[in-house]
Design a protein around this ligand. Structure first.
Ligand SMILES: Nc1ncnc2c1ncn2[C@@H]1O[C@H](COP(=O)(O)OP(=O)(O)OP(=O)(O)O)[C@@H](O)[C@H]1O
Ligand SMILES: [Mg+2]
Length: 244
């Protein structure tokens, strides 16, 4: 199956955005904010945090579109599992693993409050394109010095993008911190050397994240008052503040 579906067949961003949102273009409204979850390193938590952040904003009543820019299509798989298990649609998920993301995402944002881009590992051209579209780039990292260093290429890409877009905001998101521990001295030292800071909100290693995503659900749908749900709510709040 072509994961990119009909969306990829369209030629112009505005046509694409109308199809994606199902709404007529509103050229007068303030465009939504574009948030890209990027890290060239695989398995850092891009898809987990993208699906959850999108869910948090959607459940808050915002119009959200998630763009799956990863040819692996993990966010699309999540949406499909959700559909197949008869759960309600929270937000639209569309495959857009193309270097034209920077043209299409701003058009889609005309009819959304938030456009969340789930980035691919390794593919620098797609990451570059996402960086040109984003208001805020979030770089998930596990709290080890090694993982911080492994995001070096992403940090370089952000620096490159800022030559064209000085207002581009960027932050690390600590993901998979072991419950009950503080992040180690080495990881903190490695983060302190970076050109931008981690968000104050951190996400812990919790089985509910892996289990819920595998079932096409979100942690707060599985355990509404659980620690994972609180962490995502705090992350969404930190993101709103970072965008102000
Ligand atoms: N906070 C967490 N707690 C528990 N498991 C997590 C957490 N974050 C991510 N995972 C698990 O780690 C694995 C990788 O996460 P995810 O798919 O979100 O990473 P990714 O950066 O999107 O990977 P890729 O680069 O392959 O797209 C998945 O199995 C996911 O369930
Ligand atoms: Mg992924």
């Amino acid at each position: 199956m072509d994961r990119r579906g009909d969306a990829a067949a369209l030629e112009t961003g505005s046509a694409l955005s109308s199809v994606i949102t199902g709404l007529p273009p509103d050229q007068h409204g303030r465009p939504g904010r574009v948030i890209a979850l990027l890290n060239q390193k695989g398995g850092a938590g891009k898809t987990t945090l993208a699906t959850h952040l999108a869910g948090e904003f959607a459940m808050d009543g915002q119009r959200v579109t998630l763009l799956d820019a990863d040819p692996q299509g993990s966010a699309l798989d999540w949406a499909q599992r959700r559909l197949q298990s008869g759960q309600s649609r929270l937000y639209g998920v569309f495959g857009l693993a193309r270097d034209s993301l920077h043209q299409e995402a701003p058009e889609i944002a005309l009819q959304a409050d938030f456009v969340i881009i789930d980035g691919p590992p390794r593919v620098a051209a797609l990451a570059r394109s996402a960086l040109l579209a984003a208001d805020l780039v979030l770089i998930p990292v596990q709290p080890s010095a090694y993982d911080v260093w492994a995001s070096h290429e992403m940090v370089q890409l952000v620096a490159e993008a800022r030559v064209f877009r000085p207002a581009l905001r960027a932050a690390f998101v600590i993901n998979r911190r072991v419950v009950g521990t503080v992040i180690g001295r080495e990881a903190r030292a490695a983060l302190a050397d970076q050109p931008f800071a981690p968000l104050s909100a951190e996400v812990c290693q919790r089985i509910v994240f892996a289990d819920s995503v595998a079932a096409g659900r979100l942690a707060r749908e599985v355990a509404h008052h659980g620690a994972a749900a609180r962490e995502i709510a705090a992350l969404a709040q930190a993101v709103r503040e970072a965008l102000q």
